[in-house]
Design a protein around this ligand. Sequence first.
Ligand code: ZN
Length: 141
Amino acid sequence: MSDCVFCKIVTGQMPSTRVFEDEHSLAFMDIGQVNPGHVLVAVKKHADNLYALDGAQAAAVARASVRVARAIRDAFKPEGLSVYQANGKAAGQTVFHYHVHLLPRHAGDGMELTWPVKNPPREMLEDYAAKIRAGLGKPIG
Ligand SMILES: [Zn+2]
């Protein structure tokens, strides 16, 4: 993906402020800094979104996220930390290279996410779950 901003960050063609990397993941400071200590954890090899990850990439980002989140907690002492990850424009994804936001949170920091709950009956939950189970396929490896 020659025009992908995060691929350019991975290769060093674009500058970034790095905090951690391993074979499959790179953690760097979000230039927007919604709150101080806001870090992005991205896959090194281009993947558009969650659906495109292989097992090694998924595991690497999860491990890096835990490790970096603990370091953010210790360095910035936030009251909380949100993990935010978007897939597709409708979900709010703006950079189409898989990444996770580690966002330190404070009461009244202006960050909002509304949950318009529907509370469907149990039978509907069972129907939704059956559709998902039918599509699980084999483990991602
Ligand atoms: Zn990319």
